[in-house]
Design a protein around this ligand. Structure first.
Ligand code: MLT
Length: 265
């Protein structure tokens, strides 16, 4: 198992494939295996570096809220450990918040940005209160109520579909403490609109047409902020478009990554 230790916290990651490096950050409350179908299809041409975000998968949690800037610094430490100056940096939903945090920490490390089913705005007061209530609930009664509330919104095909059941199994693997820490961390994230407007590199924005958590309007907002960004709306997909419609997402991701050859290191 590949691990890197950051500030005493052991973090698991995958490093698969050959080619330009692509760092992918997963959604809440899942783990790096959510990118299996991207790795399987595209690792012949790209090197995928996929950490389990602290607290999820095989990675230890550490103390306090899992702030997006903390995830970003973990990812930068991983790139350092692999001697990679730059990578294409992508993320789904919470992973997208973390990718934006990485851009804020050190834009010079980002050779291209891929934001999937995410949003540039911070939580409002009501959203923060909802997160805190969910965090308390996770700690008091476990993650099942959160799974039941989120699952219908994760995929367009409904909670009984095979892909939804795969997602539910990943969610059930998350510990209440890690779920609470990530919820509290997401509530602390800043608005990223100004920062995205300053980003001058290549960008791909992907969203499932039926995403009920971060709907297409959120993706349109991001794409409108980044000069030259390409927006791809994935038909027949909900929030986890890369898992629900992997072939469609792989095609647009591959086209974007191919377009960077000659731009990136
Ligand atoms: C995710 O899919 O990572 C989360 O739903 C994002 C969020 O709750 O804002």
């Amino acid at each position: 198992m590949l691990t890197v230790t950051v500030d005493g916290v052991s973090l698991h990651y995958r490093d698969e494939g050959k080619g330009p490096p692509v760092l992918l950050l997963h959604a809440f409350p899942l783990n790096g295996s959510t990118f299996d179908k991207q790795v399987k299809a595209l690792s012949g041409r790209y090197r995928f570096i996929i950490p389990d975000i602290r607290g999820f998968g095989e990675s230890a949690r550490g103390d306090g809220p899992t702030e997006m800037s903390r995830i970003a610094r973990d990812a930068l430490s991983l790139l350092d450990a692999l001697n990679l100056d730059t990578a294409v940096v992508g993320g789904v939903s919470m992973g997208g918040y973390a990718a934006m945090a990485l851009l804020r920490e050190d834009a010079g490390r980002v050779s291209g940005l891929v934001l999937m089913d995410t949003q540039a705005t911070a939580d409002d007061a009501e959203g923060k209160a909802r997160r805190e209530a969910s965090a308390t609930q996770a700690l008091e009664v476990g993650v099942e109520p959160i799974i039941q509330a989120m699952l219908p919104k994760m995929v367009a095909t409904g909670p009984d579909s095979p892909v939804a059941q795969e997602v539910a199994a990943l969610m059930r693997a998350a510990s209440p403490a890690s779920v609470a820490a990530a919820l509290r961390g997401m509530a602390l994230r800043p608005d990223s609109k100004d920062m995205l407007a300053r980003y001058a590199g290549p960008a791909l924005v992907i969203v499932g047409e039926h995403d009920a958590i971060t709907p297409p309007a959120k993706a349109e907002e991001i794409a409108g902020l980044i000069s030259g960004a390409k927006l791809e709306i994935i038909p027949d997909a909900g929030h986890l478009a890369n898992q629900e419609q992997p072939d469609r997402v792989n095609a647009v991701l591959d086209a974007f990554l191919t377009s960077l050859q000659g731009h990136s290191d």
